[in-house]
Design a protein around this ligand. Structure first.
Ligand code: ADE
Length: 228
C-alpha cells in the first residue's frame, strides 16, 4: 500500500512513523508512506497556505490552490482508491472502517488545519471524510497518525502472528479478554487457575465468556450492534 499524507507539519509524523509496528511495516516494504508539505505547492512569494474566510468569521481557512496542485500532481503518477480528509465531521473511524481501508492499494490522506479547508477541495477532490472521535484536535496530523496505525497493522505480514490482529478488541464486536503473564502469583494476587490448567478447550471457553462479560459491562452498545 502507498499512503501519501498532505500536511503543513510533516515533522509531527517523525515519532509515530519511526517506531514499532509502523517502522517495521515500512522496512518490510508492506507500506510506503510519503509525507508532502502542502506549503511546497504554494505559488505565492511567502508560501502562503491560508487566508481569511469569505463572508467573515473567526479563523483562517486553508487555501484551495496549494492542496489542489499537490493532489493533481500526485494523481498524475498514481491511481488512488480514496482521497481521505480528516475532519471531526467525518464518518467515525471504527474497526470495520480500518479493515476495509487496509485492503486498498493507494490512498491520499489530507490533514486540515486552521478553521478548515476551502469547501471546494472537499467537493472536488475528497472521496471520504473520517473523524477519529467526537472531539476537536488542533489539526488532522494526530488523527492521520492514528488512522495510519489502525490500518497498517491490519495488513498481511505486518504483525508477526497474523492471528493477533484477528483477536483484537472490536474485530468481532467484543472487547478482548484480560491477559496475564508470569509470575502466576504476585503479592498473593493469582492468575485465574484455568489459564494455567493446560486445558485448551476450557481456556478458549473462559476467554470467550470473559469477552462477553466485559463487553456487557463496558460497551453494551457493541452487543446490540452484533445482534447478541
Ligand atoms: N481534525 C480535528 N479534529 C479531528 C478529529 N476528531 N478527527 C479527525 N480529524 C480531526
Amino acid at each position: 500500500m502507498q499512503i501519501d499524507i498532505l500536511t503543513l507539519f510533516p515533522e509531527m509524523f517523525d515519532g509515530p512513523f519511526s517506531q514499532s509496528i509502523l517502522k517495521r511495516a515500512q522496512e518490510k516494504g508492506i507500506v510506503t508512506i510519503h509525507l508532502h508539505n502542502i506549503r511546497d505547492w504554494s505559488t505565492s512569494k511567502h508560501k502562503t497556505v491560508d487566508d481569511y474566510a469569505f463572508g467573515g468569521g473567526a479563523g483562517m481557512v486553508m487555501m484551495i490552490e496549494p492542496v489542489a496542485r499537490c493532489i493533481e500532481e500526485l494523481k498524475e503518477k498514481t491511481e488512488y482508491d480514496e482521497v481521505i480528509y480528516l475532519s471531526p465531521d467525518g464518518e467515525l473511524l471504527t474497526q470495520p472502517v480500518a479493515n476495509r481501508l487496509s485492503q486498498l492499494k493507494n490512498i491520499i490522506i489530507l490533514c486540515g488545519h486552521y478553521k478548515g479547508i476551502d469547501e471546494r477541495i472537499r467537493e472536488h477532490y475528497i472521496t471520504r471524510e473520517i473523524s477519529i472521535g467526537d472531539y476537536v484536535l488542533s489539526g488532522g496530523e494526530l488523527a492521520a497518525a492514528v488512522l495510519t496505525d489502525a490500518v497498517v497493522r491490519l495488513m498481511p505480514g505486518v504483525l508477526n502472528d497474523e492471528t493477533s490482529a484477528l483477536s483484537d478488541s472490536f474485530q468481532d464486536n467484543l472487547i478482548s479478554p484480560p491477559v496475564y503473564t508470569r509470575p502466576a502469583i504476585f503479592r498473593g494476587w493469582e492468575v485465574p487457575p484455568v489459564l494455567i490448567s493446560g486445558n485448551e478447550k476450557e481456556i478458549v471457553k473462559w476467554k470467550h465468556e470473559q469477552s462477553l462479560e466485559r463487553t456487557r459491562q463496558r460497551r453494551p452498545d457493541l452487543l446490540d450492534e452484533a445482534g447478541f
